[in-house]
Structure formats: structure tokens, C-alpha cells
Design a protein. Structure first.
Length: 138
């Protein structure tokens, strides 16, 4: 019984660490060769945590199924620190990253991929997750 409780507590703590892509919206059109804002949200959690950073990539899936962000990030648009803060009371803490969509990006269905790393807990232990959002490059 104690093992089940411990595992449940660990899973709940890990889920509370999850980030999300706030922008661009699912299936939003983004322009090749132009800037786009990628918003990475990170809700507060009950367990202590320290952000390590994020990497943001763009991967084309115009002619084949989109691959999991765990497998490929694509063309790296940003790789560096992540410092989410509150901006509006109705949104979790987030950071906006202004990146340029490569002019050479394949037109059509693509995926914004984000790798997010943090240290969680008193230990601490490493936490890594990947996120994705489908977009249309025009």
C-alpha cells in the first residue's frame, strides 16, 4: 500500500511540472521567413523546482506523418534559458520567445516541438518532457 501511495504521489508531482505551448494555436498559420511568437507556459507546482531551459524546433510533416517530439525537434529555433513569469492573472506563468521561421521551411503542415528540462523536488531529480503543436507554414 505504501508503494502505491509513493508512486501515486510521484506521478502527481511529475504531472504538476508539465509545461504547455500557449502560442501559436493549434493549426495556426505561420509565415516562412517571418517572426512568430512561441509561448511556453509553466503552471506553478507544489513541489520545489528550478528551470533548466527549453529548446524549440520546427519540423515539417507536409509529406509524411508528424514525428513525436521525443524523436526529433527539427530545425532548432531557440535553445536556452526558460524563465516563466506571471503576465496576466488568467494565465499560468509563461515566457514568450520571438523566433524566425526559416525562409527555407517546407510549406504546409509542420510541428512546433519543445523540449523542456527542470530540476524537481528536494533531491533534486531531473525532469524532461517534450511538447508539440501542429501549425501550417505558408
Amino acid at each position: 500500500m505504501k508503494s502505491f501511495f509513493s508512486i501515486s504521489l510521484f506521478v502527481a508531482a511529475a504531472i504538476a511540472q508539465n509545461a504547455a505551448i500557449g502560442l501559436p494555436a493549434e493549426n495556426q498559420k505561420i509565415n516562412s521567413g517571418k517572426e512568430v511568437i512561441i509561448q511556453v507556459q509553466r503552471p506553478n507546482s507544489l513541489s520545489p523546482s528550478k528551470e533548466m531551459g527549453v529548446a524549440i524546433g520546427l519540423s515539417s510533416c507536409a509529406s509524411s506523418p508528424c514525428r513525436d517530439a521525443d524523436d526529433v525537434l527539427g530545425t532548432i529555433l531557440y535553445n536556452g534559458p526558460f524563465n516563466p513569469v506571471y503576465h496576466e492573472s488568467n494565465l499560468p506563468p509563461y515566457e514568450n520567445f520571438t523566433v524566425t521561421v526559416p525562409a527555407s521551411a517546407t510549406l504546409g503542415k509542420s510541428q512546433i516541438n519543445v523540449a523542456h528540462a527542470a530540476l524537481i523536488g528536494a533531491g533534486p531529480s531531473a525532469f524532461l518532457e517534450s511538447l508539440n503543436q501542429t501549425v501550417l507554414v505558408v
